[in-house]
Design a binder for this molecule. Structure first.
Ligand code: AQP
Length: 329
């Protein structure tokens, strides 16, 4: 069985980007693999989080994981801060990282540019913590969105660097798993920018928990162009191409098939179909989510998940500290 690890930050309400880029692959993978799925709250605090909101969103995100089909009998679901080896190994991976390679990360550059003169150091050291998350479980595949490719590359570099220095088989070098299409969902209002939970412009983002009427409205108002013809061209028609990506991902079709389906129809008909496809995917999740959020079962699942994750993480961490001479007796 291959080992799978992935995480999502409780840094805002989950978006359609998080769903298509990551979440929807998770439950598919649990059938035949050993899966670890994490609420990465220590990554979320690389920018300021209001404490009560962070607490609430941690629980909400866990409920969304389950509502989207994750089965705690098959996959391990846990909260990052409840497994101490993440922060411990994160520090070790930070000591192995070079400032230059961290400064080259586009996510760092994007997020740092919004922080004025006081850039939190955690934004820079986000990738070594992510590497630790993944490497602790001897992960083979990491299902993430295309935006995380660069972080996966650095994880692979750090694993190889560590193995060269301290012992060839301590870390497994993981592969990225992009799922079909390698979807990167873009903002509905600025389609050259990725759709993000932390985008202040809420009309640019479809949230997993948005009501159908809201979804319809946001898609209707999505930025397009004046051509009124559904064809794929990311440079000239980023808005319509983004909607085509979303529709293709949800209906398992290619861009050519989407173009054929909507040939001769204007953007109005196309947007209506996109909204219907999004609603059909999200409505069942929303219904299950409501029942899960307040159930004590959710705490039991997370308690048990943390214990299972720690049992595995502790084995890798012990090998790491022994290999490095980071122990006394
Ligand atoms: N727009 C996107 N398209 C495809 N995949 C996406 N992901 C995020 N946005 C898109 C994927 O969702 C997973 C979880 O992401 P994360 O919570 O770790 O952080 P992120 O990538 O920084 O996501 P956000 O929504 O943009 O959060 P904020 O605004 O807090 O930074 C990852 O697998 C990611 O690829």
């Amino acid at each position: 069985m291959a080992v799978i690890f992935s995480g999502i930050q409780p840094s805002g309400n989950l978006t359609l980007g998080n769903y298509l880029g990551a979440l929807r692959n998770f439950s598919k993978m649990q059938e035949e693999n050993e899966c670890y799925y994490c609420v990465v709250n220590q990554h979320a605090i690389t920018v300021h989080q209001e404490p009560s909101l962070l607490h609430q969103r941690t629980r909400e995100l866990a409920a969304i994981y389950l509502a989207s089909g994750l089965d705690p009998e098959k996959a391990t679901l846990f909260v990052q801060s409840e497994v101490p080896q993440h922060a411990q190994l994160g520090w070790i991976m930070t000591t192995l990282s070079y400032v230059g390679e961290l400064e080259r990360m586009t996510q760092y550059k994007d997020k740092a540019s919004k922080q004025g003169d006081s850039i939190p150091a955690g934004l820079l050291t986000y990738p070594p913590l992510m590497a630790a998350d993944i490497l602790l479980y001897r992960t083979n595949f990491v299902p993430v969105g295309e935006d995380q490719k660069q972080h996966l590359e650095i994880t692979r570099d750090l694993a190889q660097r560590f193995n060269r220095l301290y012992g060839e088989d301590i870390f497994v070098v993981p592969e990225i798993y992009l799922g079909q299409g390698g979807t990167r969902v873009m903002s509905l209002q600025e389609p050259t920018k990725k759709m993000s939970k932390s985008d202040a412009n809420t009309t640019a983002t479809i949230y997993v928990l948005d009501e159908p009427k809201v979804i319809e409205k946001k898609i209707k108002r999505a930025q397009t162009d004046s051509e009124n013809s559904v064809h794929y061209d990311v440079v000239q028609k980023p808005g319509i191409s983004n909607l085509m990506d979303i529709y293709a991902a949800l209906t398992d079709s290619t861009h050519e098939e989407v173009e054929r389906e909507f040939a001769g129809q204007g953007y109005g008909a196309f947007k209506k179909a996109v909204a219907e496809a999004v609603i059909a995917a999200l409505e069942p999740i929303q219904q299950r989510y409501a029942a899960l959020l307040d159930a004590t079962e959710l705490d039991d699942i997370l308690d048990q998940g943390a214990r299972k994750a720690e049992a595995k993480a502790a084995v890798t961490y012990q090998r790491v500290v022994e290999a490095m001479g980071l122990y006394r007796k």
